[in-house]
Write a protein that binds this ligand. Structure first.
Ligand code: NAI
Length: 340
């Protein structure tokens, strides 16, 4: 079956890791027509807006996008196009598997958990204003509707993926109303999934527990900001941001992207690690029903890491982005020839 998928190269290392990822996806033999679109500063220059209608329409039509990271100016300038895209398409569930790969030097080689982050509200609502000079108010929005649907998503995900437990992460001891509501919605949903264990942790204790005993977690469900921060913490447990994939899922479509950003410090040097985006592509292939292609890509990534000869610089190797992609491509071809 032929698929049309929106492709957003992004900023910084984006175009490099996107090209590497498209190359290995195509090596699996899956039939995809890519519809390239832009966002952010590039789009502003071309169309006068950071989130052009064409890009949104393309994702709405195709229902699936593979996206490179987008730069967001710090402290000034335009608002995050990532946040804008997620809100615009109501991509409410950000699903981020955290699983170590063979041979990667890391603290927890056996770790295997999944973060489900609420993607549309919380402090990311972007409601900030100066009350009087020197005093700024930033508003945290938590709703029953969004908290209920993300908790439901987390329990359904656990059930569908053979997972045993969902942990809600919060600060309801301090934010009794907002995080209290999030927690209440979580436990209301938990009653509907008696086969899945449900518990909760306060965010600060949760961070300590993640560093000391992360194996106690299975699926974690978090508000937007906690989910963002804990995702990077978890990436650090399995070897770094170069290995952490993600999917943004909603009723209108799904956008697949790595957890990491545009890495301006290494952009243009051809040394970025494309693994996180390739793992996001595996989530995408499964999402569109191309399970064989997903398995081929996954097996090839595992094999290249097991060989340990084509590892990128962030993980202590010397391979450039395109050399790593070539190694994966060669593995896919060799595996396909062996099974033909
Ligand atoms: P970052 O994730 O881009 O980089 C943090 C560190 O990790 C840097 O040292 C970088 O070189 C390294 N790193 C990240 N990805 C890597 C990869 N694939 N291979 C090797 N090394 C990698 O975070 P930073 O510097 O805070 O943000 C840069 C820009 O990215 C900002 O404008 C930020 O807003 C944006 N960003 C975009 C995201 C998205 O589009 N989904 C997510 C996170 C940040």
């Amino acid at each position: 079956m032929k698929h049309t998928i929106t492709l957003i190269p992004g900023d910084g290392i984006g175009p490099e890791i996107v090209a590497a990822t498209v190359r290995v996806i195509e090596a699996t033999g899956v039939d995809i027509e890519w519809e390239t679109q832009i966002l952010g500063a590039q789009a502003h220059e071309k169309y006068g807006t950071t989130i052009p209608d064409q890009t949104i329409e393309s994702i709405r039509k195709n229902k699936v996008a593979l996206k490179g990271p987008q730069m967001t100016p710090v402290g000034k300038g335009f608002t995050s196009v990532n946040v804008g895209l997620r809100k615009n398409l109501d991509l409410y569930a950000n699903v981020r598997p955290v699983k170590a790969l063979p041979n990667v030097p890391c603290r927890y080689p056996e770790l295997d958990l999944v973060i489900v982050r609420e993607n549309t509200e919380d402090l990311y609502a972007g409601l900030e204003h100066v009350v009087v000079p020197g005093v700024v108010e930033s508003i945290k929005i938590i709703t029953e509707k969004a908290s209920t649907r993300i908790a439901k998503y987390a329990f359904e995900y656990a059930r569908d993926n053979g997972r045993k437990k969902v942990t809600a992460v919060h600060k309801a001891n301090i934010m009794k109303l907002s995080d209290g509501l999030f927690l209440e919605c979580f436990y209301n949903q938990a009653k509907l999934f008696p086969d899945i264990e449900a518990d909760d942790k306060i965010i600060d204790n949760c961070c300590m527990q993640l560093v000391m005993r992360p194996e106690q977690f299975d699926v974690m469900v978090l508000e937007n900001l906690y989910g963002d921060i804990v995702s990077d913490l978890c990436a650090g447990l399995i070897g770094g941001l170069g290995l952490a994939p993600g999917a943004n899922i909603g009723e209108l479509g799904a956008v697949f992207e790595a957890v990491h950003g545009s890495a301006p410090d290494i952009a243009g040097q051809g040394i970025a690690n494309p693994t996180a985006l390739m793992l996001s592509a595996i989530q995408m292939l499964n999402h569109i029903g191309e399970r064989d292609a997903a398995a081929k890509l996954h097996d090839a990534i595992l094999a290249v890491f097991a060989d340990g000869t084509s590892i990128t610089r962030d993980l202590g190797g010397t391979a450039k982005t395109n050399e790593f992609a070539r190694a994966i491509e060669d593995k896919i071809k060799a595996n396909s020839a062996a099974t033909a």
